[in-house]
Ligand binder design. Structure first.
Ligand SMILES: C[S@@+](CC[C@H](N)C(=O)[O-])C[C@H]1O[C@@H](n2cnc3c(N)ncnc32)[C@H](O)[C@@H]1O
Length: 280
């Protein structure tokens, strides 16, 4: 059963803005429309903290933040909320500043902090919640390195904090496939060029077709495909006292229904997305 057609693409339920008709090619806008679901993600993150800790979180740190879409949505959720975005690359951050930050009210902008830096930096600001979304931590291919990252998150979480990552898997991840999804005004392609069963490494590309022209390899991801048990073990080793898995429910047509609940066991399917949540 295919729970989602392709794991990297989260459910996209937003309306397509009018701006796309005017803009021929804005790679971050297309990425946001095709791949991200920031509004849903922050709602899930907020609810999960409440469910696990019985109180509301205030500060949210978005590691590997790119255009910091999640941080922006976190700020909008509540006037008490504060967000910190961290990324190595100034380009997506500049895009976010120009396109998302400027749309926030002055009070909201003051509650946002952006750091061009490394998520492995031991002096990162602390937060109630740290999230690494869209599988960005898959760039850490060695166990020692991902363990160092998880240990750094543990150290820089507030007492009672939670760490949240998303993960995908399923038999389809081992195939070289190109998945094509039509959106209003453009087509999105998720291209898995290979999978190496010896190293569990895989190379992915995102292509877009806009105005009849296909633009190849707009984004490329060179990842190790980690598994849920590996990540749970590493989180436990660095000190997280409980590590939960939130698994997506299944709609009547066999696709994911967008509702994630805590489970001890999953079900085998071609393609799935889950969240792993560590409690400090
Ligand atoms: C797949 S993108 C994800 C962006 C964003 N989280 C999202 O959901 O769209 C991965 C991002 O991680 C950043 N990155 C990679 N290694 C990093 C590191 N060690 N520290 C901080 N950012 C890093 C890259 O610059 C890139 O913007």
């Amino acid at each position: 059963m295919a729970k989602t057609e392709i794991a990297h693409r989260k459910k996209v339920r937003r309306r397509v803005g009018k701006k796309s008709n005017k803009t021929l090619f804005d790679k971050y806008e297309l990425y946001r429309k095709a791949v991200q679901s920031a509004e849903n993600d922050v709602q899930f993150i907020q609810n999960t903290f409440k469910e696990l800790k019985g109180k509301n979180a205030k500060s949210f740190r978005e590691d590997f933040c790119g255009t910091f879409a999640l941080s922006t949505e976190w700020i909008k959720l509540n006037p008490r909320h504060e967000a910190i975005g961290i990324d190595l690359d100034p380009e997506p951050m500049a895009y976010g500043k120009q396109n998302y930050l400027t749309k926030l009210k002055p009070d909201q902008q003051r509650r946002m902090r952006l750091i061009e830096g490394n998520v492995l930096d031991p002096n990162l600001p602390k937060a109630d919640i740290v999230a690494a979304m869209n599988f960005s931590y898959f760039c850490f291919k060695q166990r020692d390195l991902i363990k160092r990252y998880f240990a750094n998150v543990y150290k820089t979480l507030n007492k009672d904090g939670i760490f949240l990552v998303d993960i995908f898997g399923g038999s389809q991840c081992f195939d070289a496939i190109e998945d094509e999804i039509k959106h209003e005004g453009f087509t999105y392609y998720w291209d898995q060029t290979n999978f190496d069963p010896v190293t569990n490494e895989a190379l992915f590309h995102i292509h877009f077709k806009v105005g009849g022209k296909k633009i190849e390899q707009v984004f490329t991801y060179d990842w190790r495909l980690w598994t849920i048990p590996e990540l749970r073990e590493i989180m436990t080793e660095v000190g997280f006292k409980k590590v939960h898995v939130f698994w997506e429910g299944t709609a009547k047509d066999g696709s994911g229904d967008g509702n994630f609940t805590r489970v001890d066991h999953g079900e085998s399917c071609q393609s799935w997305i889950a969240y792993i949540v560590g409690e400090k």
